[in-house]
Write a protein that binds this ligand. Sequence first.
Ligand code: KIV
Ligand code: ZN
Length: 508
Amino acid sequence: MDNKIIIFDTTLRDGEQVPGCQLNTIEKIQVAQALEALGVDIIEAGFPISSPGDFNSVVEISKVITEPVICALTRAVKKDIEVAAEALQYAKKKRIHTGIGTSPLHIKYKIRTTPEEIIKRAADAVKYARKFVDDVEFYAEDAGRSENKYLAKVIEAVIKAGATVVNIPDTTGYCLPEEYGEKIRFLKENVPNINKAVISTHCHNDLGMATANTMMGVINGARQVEVTINGIGERAGNTSLEEVAMIIKSHHDLKLRTDINTKLIFSTSRLVSTLMSMPVQPNKAIVGRNAFAHSSGIHQDGVLKKRENYEIIDPVEVGIRESSIILTARSGRAALNHRLELLGFHLDKEGLDDFYNRFLILADKKKEINDEDIRILMGEVSQGESALKLEFLQVACGKSTIPVATVGIRINGEVHTSTASGNGPIDASFTAVKHLISKTVHLEEFLIQAITKGSDDLGKVHIQIEHQGKIYYGFGTNCDIITASVEVVGRVKSIKEKIKHYDTKNTI
Ligand code: KIV
Ligand code: ZN
């Protein structure tokens, strides 16, 4: 059996479905280009029938990507397949990914039909998709909870109808690794025409077993894995690309390989995290901030004596390198640009000039600018200007004092002030801003993170707000976290809209 594991990346489809992770077309192209450089084999670029935005992104990604196959998702519905084929018209290599639920639950309660009808619809969809493209992948949704003998019949029928890849998703992340591996082995051994198709894994992480299940699938015969950068995806996420790539690279005993250029893993991880405003948990395997940090004295001593004592992966292998050039307020554009290029950002002259000015403002406040600071500044640029111009902010707080904040913000050229108290300085500031903009804005989630280590570091604030039944997200950074907390409000889309049509009489 071939020892190459095909990497099918679904960051831009399953990953992008996550609330708050939505990207515009330009950002999706940026991610797709980073995935191409990383060496993925297939990019699932979207679900074209789902929205005009998704359709357009698949079209535009198809135009710029040359090496990886571009894949578009559909349901087992003719119209979906036609729209996917149209969206893929410019792709150099194209695939339609169609499918239907196969578990007793999905058949009875979601699709409300019979097992026989499912087989017919599945085969018909594959046959129809083959009229448009030669490469058709079929997914058996909720295969994890589907009965193996029935699943084998479905898979046999879709391969007969022309499927080139058969995807066995553990849609709900329910399977145990043994059970999932056994499912793949069962299909390998009991589907007569299985050698005409590649078996693919697609695992979700609801019980924290996505990577383990994927690996058991591969060990039992799957040759394609469906993964996302940083493991983002529906609910608890999908299998993470970096984990699978590094397991395969580290375990020579498996005798498997991928075409992933692992040295680009870290920069791709941070690009996706920044563009999607989705922080990477510090202890995330491979790409978390602490993945290669050693804090206990015994471990530090051990690593200094020989790195392998406590590290199974050399951080350089995943693209984490300490740069010898330290960026400060005295650094010039060339040094900054060099670092930006290393981090995967390519700016034209005008973009660099603008970014350099932002860099200098931060460098005046902070002695040294590290890679994380640069990524954050870059993320702010991609979010656009804050609609709120904070003119002044005065906060009184301390022990035995009720925190009070006075804010002065410029809205459409005019400065408005408001004072409010709260249970802390941030609550008081946020309430004061709310008084000026809209009392119907509700703060749903608020997260402050210190980015690296020092007390002069940037604080990064993520917020999620609810306004008229809709959820919006934004993030902002500043060395002063209270200022960051106020400015981030102005970055949220619904508030930007509100400020455009600002009317003091209606809001207060
Ligand atoms: O999890 C799942 O079943 C999916 C399919 C649409 C492939 O994402
Ligand atoms: Zn999925």
